[in-house]
Write a protein that binds this ligand. Sequence first.
Ligand code: GAR
Length: 187
Amino acid sequence: MKKQLAVFASGTGTNFDAIARACVDGVLNAEVAVMVCDKPGAAVIGKAARYGIDTFVFSPKDYPSKAAFETEIVRVLDAKKIDLVCLAGYMRIVGETLLGAYEGRIINIHPSLLPSFKGAHAVEDAVAYGVKVYGITIHWVNADLDGGKIIAQRAFEYDGNDPAEVHRLGQKIEHALYVETIAKLIK
Ligand code: GAR
């Protein structure tokens, strides 16, 4: 039985694409059962459509609280019998409703070598600091923002000051590392 994945994204969805592709190609013994997106209009929604993957797209402002939209998300995940939730550029802090139901089954990819440079501007912050070794972290998600137990990390060197170049170098690593890490977790 293939493992059922949910991928959460807010933007372009290149990591979503890498995970969905790996499922289609049989690199992962899994399928993306649903893509969850908090940004109607995000490019990732079109990518999901091209794979024929179901989506749950919502606008947080249409709900009275985080608990309210996370209750809907939990309903979707339960209905799909999700084994693993993969946050892939989901730029929202996971709240207690979703954690209450799925903690221990939620992972996140973050564009820094945690515990350095937590938060939404990790690459920009690392460039501003002037680091020479950058990296990618995949970690379990808990109530501590970007603070859950580390599952995998990969570093790369860059001696410059262009955040766009760090993003570009980092994303090449992200796609492979995310697929490899999911493969190990669902074995
Ligand atoms: C990724 O680089 C990911 O590391 C980052 O968002 C990007 C999403 O790209 N996540 C965070 O910054 C989380 N704090 P994608 O939409 O092309 O996959």
